[in-house]
Design a protein. Sequence first.
Length: 455
Amino acid sequence: MKQSLDQILTAKENRFVLRQKIASENKTSLSFTLNIAGFPKSNELITTFFNTILSELKIFLLANRIIIIDKNEINIIDKAGNFYLTKINNKNISEKEIKIITENFETTHKLGRLIDIDITDNKGNPVSSGKEKNCYYCGKFPAIVCMRNKSHSYNELRNFIFNEIENYLSIKKKEKIIKKLSSIGLKALLYEVSLTPKPGLVDFNNSGSHSDMNYFTFLDSSSALAPFFRELVHKGYNFSNPELSHALPIIRNIGLQMEIEMFAATNKINTQKGLIFLLGINLFASGYYFSKDELFNIEKYREIIKDICKDITKIELKNIENPKTHGEICFQKYGFAGARSEAEKGFPSVFESSLKILENNLPSIELASKEKISMALQKTLVKLISINNDTNILYRKNLKILKKLQSLSKDVLNCNDFENSYFKIADFCRENNISPGGSADLLAITVYIYFIKAN
Ligand SMILES: [Zn+2]
């Protein structure tokens, strides 16, 4: 213990020397340390926490126009713990003001009582605001009083600190995953909507077989849906019921609110109802997945989807007396369960077919040209059209037309001149006034999974 204390004192003396060196260059310095009781002052967890807070602090300083001179910035671990020191350019701001701003960082931060930011002026003197910090453990008395009175044992303090840090880091991690997944959700949707040309579907230049909507209608509805993505991922992340089928009403509940917003944004036009269901399940399932696992495993992920959608066809489509929705009508007439069947089986069209096509044609998204991305997405879409029993087509037409479209798409995919024969599918859709909307939804899901895997 005695040796440790000596080592801490030596480390603190070194820090003092470093600060004085900056002052001797007539510069102000800022240092950041953590208030860790007992010994050792640093470990892996503390260092992760320290670096997390340091990145937050740097953004905060920049936002407040406090400019770090990052040449020669110091970030070390010594016996006194983690230590960061930098020169700051204070031409436009007084040292007192800097102190007030950094104190604001401490007081508004959730774990601010663990954080110490010190400012040393260009004469080498500490800049003080005269405010006393309260003890981070009890919060009742100034820290210095609890320390002097030895009010709390080192064990108590350290357990408390480590607990707080772990909680903080896990919330940070969760927040990062939720942001990432909801952003990929929006990306998937935008990639699908923007792909031009698309047979029978709305794209940037054409409205396909839809006289009542255009590209902007899709932007309107996409924007109305996007704010719900976060909530879906969040609910998935927090879901703790071992019975995953109980998740479906939660997803549906958000999905129904999304439908209301979609219809409000599009003047009552159904642009993305199918997508809301399919993407909703995937946003939720991926949130759930990444709350437990870091690496993406397709089989594990598909099991989650299957569990969420267990028996959905049986429950929702069989024994319906008066079918009303497109899905219900198609199931009664043809026995195809459309999107529900895909979901129930863990998206076989995506995981067993279309994802491979997309990955083979787009091994990396980085530096890929617009043409390359478009071509990869078109091939993926054609693959989906060739295998999907799309209820959008069955509802508008019949099984014969669907089979013809599927076989034409197979031919296009297998021929040597994809680029030119691709247009034959658009011609066919135009002649028959059909739109492979279900396949477009699955394209968005394929893109969603593609980017989850790539991240
Ligand atoms: Zn206390």
